[in-house]
Design a binder for this molecule. Structure first.
Ligand code: ARG
Length: 475
């Protein structure tokens, strides 16, 4: 065995040891150990690719594959060993090489022929993102299903639709729930985009310039499940767009979750009382015995900041970096891993809380029955009688003022009073203004009429089954 002064990957040209504090500072094993299954998969493909180009014999490839299998098995069953053996490793790439040399002696040193950690880390990280997306899609589909089943269970419950947090027009609770579901369905599309942007294999790009051993890049890509290879070796070691795309998709999910959370915090307040908070997703007060707080929703809302922070962290790291691999890029992983784990938890909790929520139909219906919500219907009524809309809007405004003066809801004004405001008001006016009538009128596709909502539910179910038919293993 050729003597090596230490087991570093780069010790040859150095005379002195690194400063201990700097050494600890530059190591990434503590977090990139998570990439180990991907590193082993890439190693397998690389070992196989070294045979046709004459670097490894068929027997050596077999020995290497067996050793890699053994290392993976041990990592998966003996975390204490992984932890301990990893203590001396700079990063996950160093760890595997050390473990391989322990198994195979100097043959282990042959695996790194013609390759660089720069392409390895880019490849491992892309594989991680592809699996992460698939797991996230699965989790998010669960939340969509919970929203859909609450929409079905409460299909015809009316509520007061609001803009600017002011009563606007009646809508269906199911329509409101589907509005959230649509936002999460878009997030699934964004996740798919992130996976597509990670789907190209950098192996063969070397440190930056490419590979001198005529390695079959396409064979490696195929073995790893990529649908293509990256186009430019320099770009391949610089590019972290796939990580940004995934973080952007996660930020989208978190932002949508925070909006859902805010709606439910408001709905759970005594003033609204639209929902009964489920015990399973609420906590109490250590001082005030009566309290039941919407902590699940508040924490989801609060944790969103970290996810946005992770996106900004990577954007800031990447800004102004020179083209090519720079060590700064090692900073890409921790924030993304943390954001992935956190959003996964946030979606699980939201799904559980939605499924366990009881909606108070009495309160929702009472709010929807505020006659002010039908003012637009009154204007539409006049329009149907031939009054130009702007004029109708003014006339209804006058009518509302009159009702306010008399201190009655406008629907209680007698026909004569209405006729004084506009002769276009006729005897059929009474039967035209009801919550149900207002809802039924909104029967355009995408509207809040019960038949439109029923169609929207069916349509979303079809799309969801198409989008989320693949389940992912937890990366
Ligand atoms: N730990 C490094 C990272 O995560 C791996 C690549 C190191 N390459 C290098 N030339 N130092 O980015």
């Amino acid at each position: 065995m050729t003597e090596r002064k230490d087991d570093r990957l780069w010790g040859g040209r150095f005379e002195r040891e690194p400063d201990a504090q700097f050494d600890a500072f530059q190591r990434s094993f503590a977090f990139d150990r998570r990439l180990l299954p991907y590193e082993i998969a890439v190693d397998r493909a690389w070992a196989k690719a070294l045979e046709p180009v004459g670097i490894l014999s068929a027997e050596e490839v077999q020995q290497m594959l067996a050793a890699l299998e053994k290392i993976l098995g041990r990592v998966q069953t003996d975390d204490a060993w992984f932890q301990k053996a990893g203590a001396g490793a700079e990063d996950v790439h160093h760890f595997v090489e050390k473990a391989l040399v322990e198994e195979l002696g100097p043959l282990g040193w042959k695996l790194h022929t013609g390759r660089s950690r720069n392409e390895l880390v880019a490849t491992d990280f892309r594989l991680f993102v592809i699996d992460a997306v698939s797991a996230m899609k699965y989790t998010l589909a669960g939340l969509l299903r919970a929203l859909l089943s609450q929409a079905k269970a409460n299909l015809s419950v009316p509520m007061a639709g609001m803009t600017h947090m002011q009563h606007a027009q009646p809508i269906l609770l199911s329509h409101f729930l589907l509005a959230h579901a649509e936002a999460f369905a878009r997030d699934i599309t964004r996740l798919q985009h992130a996976a597509a942007s990670a789907d190209a294999c950098p192996m063969g790009s070397g440190a930056l310039a490419g590979n001198s051993f005529a390695i079959d890049r396409n064979a490696i890509a195929k073995e790893l499940g990529f649908s293509c290879i990256t186009v430019n070796s320099l770009d391949a070691v610089s590019d972290r767009d796939f990580a940004l795309d995934y973080l952007f998709a996660l930020t989208g999910i978190a932002t949508h979750l925070s909006r859902l959370a805010e709606d439910f915090v408001i709905f759970a307040s005594q003033e609204f009382s639209y929902v009964l908070l489920p015990d399973e997703y609420s906590t109490g007060s250590s001082l005030m015995p009566q309290k039941k707080n919407p902590d699940a929703w508040e924490l989801i809302r609060g944790k969103t900041g970290r996810i946005t922070g992770a996106l900004f962290s990577l954007l800031t790291t990447l800004k102004g970096l020179p083209t090519s691999y720079q060590r700064d890029l090692q900073e890409d992983k921790e924030a993304l891993f943390a954001a992935h784990d956190q959003v996964g938890d946030m979606v699980w909790v939201a799904k559980g809380a939605i499924a366990a929520t009881t909606f108070r139909e009495d309160r929702l219906r009472a709010a929807a029955s505020n006659p002010a919500l039908l003012a637009t219907e009154a204007a539409d009524y006049l329009v149907r009688k031939g009054v130009p809309f702007r004029q109708a809007h003014d006339l209804v405004g006058k009518m509302l003022r009159e009702a306010e003066k008399q201190n009655v809801p406008w629907t209680a004004l007698p026909l004569e009073a209405l006729k004084q405001i506009s002769p276009a008001f006729e005897a059929d006016v009474a039967k035209n203004f009801s919550v149900e009538g207002a809802l039924a009128a909104k029967k355009v596709p995408g509207g809040t009429a019960p038949e439109s909502v029923r169609a929207a539910i069916a349509d979303l179910e079809v799309r969801l089954n198409k989008k989320a038919n693949k389940t992912g293993a937890k990366p």
